[in-house]
Design a protein around this ligand. Structure first.
Ligand code: KIV
Ligand code: ZN
Length: 522
């Protein structure tokens, strides 16, 4: 048996389905490229039958990703498998992942069928999916709570039907390591054709055991782990990719297995996923939390100064967290910025050097010193504001009187090339600016949440505003970043307005195509 663990990333499927606002196709593609650089073997990127948007993003990713196998999810139904195959068919090679529940509670209460009927559906689905690709994965949903005899029967029949990977999910994060390891061991002992498939595990973190369960599973013969960046996913999340990668690397002598993850990409992939998904990483999170490599107590600090390995079992550099010893100010030349971006793990194809340097100088003039986070934010978040955006924010002027509790704002905003101006009064500067933008654009946005956070350190931090807006029963996530929090708030609103505008344009096009089709025109 190979000593390589296949890393199956499901950030863009299981992770994405748990977000308050869906990612745009562009954001998903950005994450897919980061996952490819990270070296994931397989990336599951959506559930194409679930929505036209999901179909489009799976197709776009399948067209662009070359070094990881792209996979899409389907229930054990022909229509789902057709949609997955159609979305993936633009890739040279792809994987179809089909699943059905196998636990008694799911079979009886959710599917309202007998176990034998479910077994038949699973076998037909795997055979059907095999018509499109040799690479078919089958999952026994809620395997962790499935009676072991039924699980063995299901696994044997799915392999016989042609599944090359059999996934054993602990869907509700219920099992403990000895128990989950025992399930995997029993499958190896009792399923006669088990050697014809790769056994995979997919553990949720409801009891905080997803990583421990996954590691125990590979110690009992599983060779694929399904996981997500930062552990995002349904409820308490999925098994965290970075923890698995670093356990395999750091405890190689004990576990005796390895993955093909390029650990130096971990830090920046984590930052990107956290940022785009609007899912902050807790400071004490293993591997990627802000404090993961920070020593607080005097005794610990004294220890690491004497010898780093007194309190550090991994080097921050191993996950791509490079300490900076260059001061980045308005006197820094382009080569310094390029060099630092390189140290942070970005190549010049990832960003536009001219725009970045211009924005860097503007920021350095305002802040004095520019930090890594600022650079990443300028390169990737400011890039979210595109030249072809329908709404562009031109100017904001605010006057605020705390005694009266009133603020006045005047703004200028460009709508499809035409400059509009408006003034408004509000109960604070952000309120006044939001009212002025609504008046100038004629667009009211239903904001369901507003979050202000500091990015960077101390007085030099940038203000980041994340807002969630509701439009036609969909949530849209807007981000704004600036040294001035009122400007950051305005940018977040304009970002969300552009997302809504784009969604409307796409919906309009689809409607027109549909109408033409109905009239026989296309
Ligand atoms: O948690 C789960 O069981 C799943 C399956 C679809 C694999 O996400
Ligand atoms: Zn799951």
């Amino acid at each position: 048996m190979s000593d390589r663990v296949i890393i199956f990333d499901t950030t863009l499927r299981d992770g994405e389905q748990a977000l308050a606002a869906s990612l745009t196709v562009k954001e998903k593609l950005q994450i897919a490229f980061a996952l490819e650089r990270l070296g994931v073997d397989v990336m599951e990127v959506g559930f194409p039958i679930s929505s036209p948007g999901d179909f489009e993003s799976v197709q776009t990713i399948a067209r662009n990703i070359k070094n990881s196998r792209v996979c899409a999810l389907s229930r054990a139904l022909q229509a789902d498998i057709d949609a997955a195959a159609q979305a993936l068919s633009v890739a040279e090679q792809f994987r179809i992942h089909t699943f059905i529940s196998t636990s008694t509670i799911h079979v009886e209460s959710k599917l309202k069928r007998s176990f034998d009927q479910v077994l038949e559906m699973a076998v037909s689905a795997v055979k059907y999916a095999r018509q499109f690709t040799d690479d078919v994965e089958f999952s026994c949903e809620d395997a962790g709570r499935t009676p072991i005899d039924n699980l063995c029967r299901m696994v044997e029949q799915a392999i016989k039907a042609g599944a090359k990977t059999i996934n054993i999910p602990d869907t509700v994060g219920y099992t403990v390591p000895s128990e989950f390891g025992g399930i995997i061991q029993t499958l190896f002992n009792r399923v006669p054709n088990i050697d014809q498939a790769v056994i995979s595990v997919h553990c949720h973190d409801d009891l905080g055991l997803s990583v421990a369960n996954s590691i125990t599973a590979v110690q009992h013969g599983a060779r694929q782990i399904e996981c997500t960046v930062n552990g995002i996913g349904e409820r308490a999340g999925n098994c965290s990719l970075e923890e698995i990668a670093m356990i395999l690397a750091t405890r190689k002598n004990l576990v005796g297995l390895h993955s093909h993850i390029n650990a130096k990409e971990i830090h920046r992939t984590s930052t990107l996923v956290s940022q785009l998904c609007n899912m902050p990483v807790q400071a004490n999170k293993a591997i990627v939390g802000a404090n993961a490599f920070t020593h607080s107590s005097g005794i610990h600090q004294d220890g690491v100064l004497k010898s780093q390995n007194t309190y550090e079992i991994m080097m921050p550099e191993s996950i791509g967290l490079n300490r900076n010893n260059l001061n980045m100010t308005s006197r820094s030349g382009r080569h310094v910025i390029k060099h630092r971006m390189q140290e942070l793990g970005y190549s010049e194809q990832d960003y536009d050097m001219d725009t970045l340097y211009e924005q860097f100088l503007t920021l350095a003039d305002k802040k004095g010193q520019v930090f890594d986070y600022d650079l990443e934010a300028l390169a990737f978040m400011e890039a979210q504001a595109a030249d072809d955006d329908f709404y562009q924010l031109d100017q904001i002027k605010v006057n605020s009187d705390t005694k009266q509790g009133l603020a006045n704002a005047s703004i200028a905003i460009t709508l499809d090339g035409e400059v509009k101006q408006a003034e408004a009064q509000g109960n604070g500067p952000v309120d006044a600016v939001y009212k002025a933008i609504a008046s100038a654009s004629g667009q009211e946005v239903d904001i369901v949440s507003y979050q202000l956070s500091a990015k960077g350190h101390g007085q030099n931090a940038l203000g980041q505003v994340d807002i969630m807006a509701n439009y036609q029963q969909h949530h849209f996530h807007g981000v704004g970043l600036a040294t001035d929090v009122v400007e950051a708030s305005a940018k977040a609103l304009v970002h969300v307005m552009n997302l809504i505008k784009r969604a409307d344009v796409v919906a309009d096009c689809k409607l027109k195509i549909q109408q033409q089709r109905e009239l026989g025109g296309v």
